[in-house]
Design a protein around this ligand. Structure first.
Ligand code: HSE
Length: 407
């Protein structure tokens, strides 16, 4: 019997309890693991819940219980999630988390504490919701060098962009729906401003390249500046869709990582990843491209990933083997975003004549003019050069309404 304590009985915590209880038999039949929930920590009581008797308000009940093998941290936020995770690992308990903020900020330290104590710190649910991506990156793809990772890593923003483009829903209404469906973070600013995706891409980059970059050190743009006109123009130009993408790649010895909305060509498998779904494209030197796809947020999908870690620990109890290995990145390990090269979509106030005041026609791949605005896509250029072009427009008093990078 493997005893589990769950910290936090919100969306993910209650989902984890539900998956363990509902699928106890199938888990046992497939893996041999006999998993029991012994405690649930929450500030609230849950009268009438089937888990009512397991609720405790005191973390010490869990730490002091020698029978608890695995602590599932599903509290969210940095504190006390980090502090409780650390204390559990130091007490020789395995920890499973869905908390990307804690993994991205404190993962290196927590992995090291886990190793010292002969236990594991696993975080499958921290990236891609229910999609298996962390364990495949750690084991199934370990024999590959990873050329690049491009992923739709945030379910809330993908849901919003899909509702805007397919149903003409306003940004605000779509966000409210995403919140009601349990996709968004407690403070949805981190979803819509890209911080959640930034935490996820640095975790994936750490698994791929062995260095954990602070999410604060990467370029991070959300979707709040995307206008429905951009969605329409992108489609009309060359059937592009717009997605919030977390990207990481190796540039020489350095790692480039950033989050930004991107125009996605129809031929790219990420083009049609819609609604709450996430898609993660991993470029491998031996395998070639591998695409991971599934529900990127929501109670049961996320809980499914949490329970996959619980099972992994349960079947290999008593070892720290099979843990992620990385160190913290130094400033020197990070490639400058200014040198990144890609094509750029511009939308300006004016017509193609205005565009031609800054761009030679050879530098533009395609363009469209409608309702006093001109949208066009440039040939590939560095971020630095694209910024210089924005300045040139400003000097000529031509308003740049948006600039979106093309994947
Ligand atoms: N708020 C997150 C998202 C939850 O929308 O993707 C899953 O990490």
């Amino acid at each position: 019997m493997i005893n589990v304590a769950i910290l936090g009985f919100g969306v993910v915590g209650s989902g984890t309890a539900e998956v363990i209880e509902k699928n106890r038999d199938v888990i046992k039949a497939k893996t041999g693991a006999d998993i029991r929930i012994k405690h649930i920590l929450d500030l609230r009581d849950f009268p009438g819940s089937p888990f009512e008797t397991l609720i405790t308000h005191d973390f010490n009940d869990i730490i002091a219980d020698k029978d608890v093998d695995i602590v599932v941290e599903a509290m969210g936020g940095a504190h006390p999630a980090y502090d409780f995770s650390k204390a559990a690992l130091e007490a020789g308990k395995n920890v499973v988390t869905s908390n990307k903020l804690v993994v991205a900020q404190f993962g290196t330290e927590l992995l090291s504490i886990a190793e010292k104590n002969g236990v594991r710190y696993l975080f499958e649910a921290s990236v891609g919701g229910g999609i298996p991506i962390i364990k495949p990156m750690m084991s199934d793809l370990a024999q590959n060098n990873i050329d690049a990772i491009s992923g739709i890593l945030n379910g809330t923003t993908n849901y919003i962009l899909t509702q805007m483009s397919e149903n003409g829903t306003s940004f605000e209404a779509a966000l409210k729906e995403a919140q009601a469906k349990g996709y968004a973070e407690a403070d949805p600013t981190s979803d819509i401003e890209g911080h959640d995706a930034a935490r996820k891409i640095v975790i994936l980059a750490a698994l791929a390249y062995g260095k954990l970059i602070s999410p604060d050190a990467i370029h991070c743009e959300g979707i709040t500046k995307i206008d429905s006109r951009d969605v329409t123009f992108a489609e009309e130009l060359e059937n592009y869709s717009i997605k919030l993408i977390g990207h990481a790649e190796k540039v020489g010895d350095r790692i480039l990582a950033f989050v930004a909305p991107r125009l996605i060509a129809a031929a790219n498998p990420l083009h049609d990843v819609s609604d709450v779904f996430n898609g993660i494209l991993v470029g491998c030197d031996m395998l070639g491209d591998a695409m991971f796809y599934g529900r990127g947020a929501g109670k049961l999908p996320t809980a499914s990933a949490v329970v996959s870690d619980v099972i992994d620990i349960a079947v290999k109890l008593g070892t720290s083997a099979g843990s992620a290995k990385w160190t913290d990145a130094k400033e020197n390990d990070i490639a400058p975003f200014a040198d990144h090269v890609c094509a750029h979509y511009f939308r300006i106030a004016g017509c193609s004549k205005c565009m031609e005041k800054v761009f030679a026609s050879d530098d533009v791949k395609c363009s469209i003019t409608a309702d006093g605005e001109c949208a066009f896509i440039t040939k590939p250029m560095t971020e630095k050069d694209a910024l210089a072009k924005e300045k040139e427009f400003a000097e000529k008093e031509i308003k740049v309404l948006s600039r979106i990078r093309v994947l």
